[in-house]
Design a protein around this ligand. Sequence first.
Ligand code: AMP
Length: 429
Amino acid sequence: MNFKTFSLHPAVAEGATEAGYITPTPIQEKAIPEVLKGHDVMGLAQTGTGKTAAFVLPILNRLINGPRNQVGALIIAPTRELAEQIHGEIKTLGRQTRLRSAVVYGGVGINPQIQDLKRADIVVACPGRLLDHIGRRTVDLSRLDVLVIDEADQMFDMGFFPDIRRILSHVPSKKRQTLLFSATMPKEIRRLANDVLRNPITVQIGITAPADTVSHALFPVAQHLKTALLIKLLGNTQTGSVLVFTRTKHRAKSLGEKLSKAGYRSTSLQGNLSQGRRQAALNGFRSGEYQILVATDIAARGIDVSNVSHVINYDIPSTPEAYIHRIGRTGRAERSGDAFTLVTKEDTQMVRAINGAIGSCVEQRTLSDFNYDAPLVSHGNKNQASANRPRPVVQRRAPKPRTNNQSSKGAFAFLSPKNTKPSDRRSNP
Ligand code: AMP
């Protein structure tokens, strides 16, 4: 199958070609024909599956012959990064259509957005700032044809549903086509879907299973040895761009600094940064200036960097859905990627939940040349055990042969021995 099958307007089809898309991804194959027919669609797909183009291409196709300078499509996204990513995809795919997209989110000046909105055909927005524009009457949604609610489950987690419902009261309901995308389908999303979608077609792409281009591994370790293990892991593994997740903003910042000290080109992305610095961190990661980006879940939502070879969960995520979201950042669009998760004894239950969600037992690995029994050092750097203190990495070392060095102590006590494998064979071919 190729994009010609959809009989898109030549200018829209040209956008897909310019973006380098040759074969539609499974979600595009299923969703595009339904959206083109004008159906409401409930898309159950995780990020990384090509879902953005699955709604952007039909929207461009619908608006290309319509009136200009009025908002025909509104896409609501939970974070600035995702909004920017969608806006970027519209610009790429819509280059030949001359349709204009405007992106609106908080944390930056409102006046440039007001100017952009005056001529916009498509608006990509985060809920809060959009309501601000609605209140100021700087956006007119009365002639909206298509509404997209993207990453609805994240939107719910972030407490945006009351805002979404307020926005809904400002958009026409009669002729509107509505598309709702979510990686998971908890009851709150089902309820929203019942309220906003009319006779929807459900398109589902592996709701709980992560992209099968990703291979997963757990690395059991004591909490105080996490940084040392991560640095060892990075030194032993051939990686491209690496995205590391931490639980808190503070941990993201301090880990980013530690990795820099250890000789890695690394930066961090967390909610305390100004929009300018967030964008600089993201751009630097995209361009390869930084090899490692340490981020929190919220900050990383919507990050689309196509060459992420490894996602490393420095802290295990708090839900299986968040795990799926995180690892959706690697193995994107048919590329392969690795997802490593550092786990402590306290994470046993979450490991079980993740295994349940992805329908298999994630393999456990150990590093042969790492001292898993190094004690916590009480003075100096509290989080760093001296026996594993990293030396600055100047050049990537050739991977060493490994043996199964499973320990029965400390963080390993909760592991099932038969499920523990030597480290990282796949990444060190
Ligand atoms: P998304 O799930 O929309 O975030 O898309 C994930 C990545 O896949 C993005 O980098 C897209 O540019 C890319 N992509 C989307 N559709 C295709 C396609 N048909 N062929 C190749 N890459 C694609």
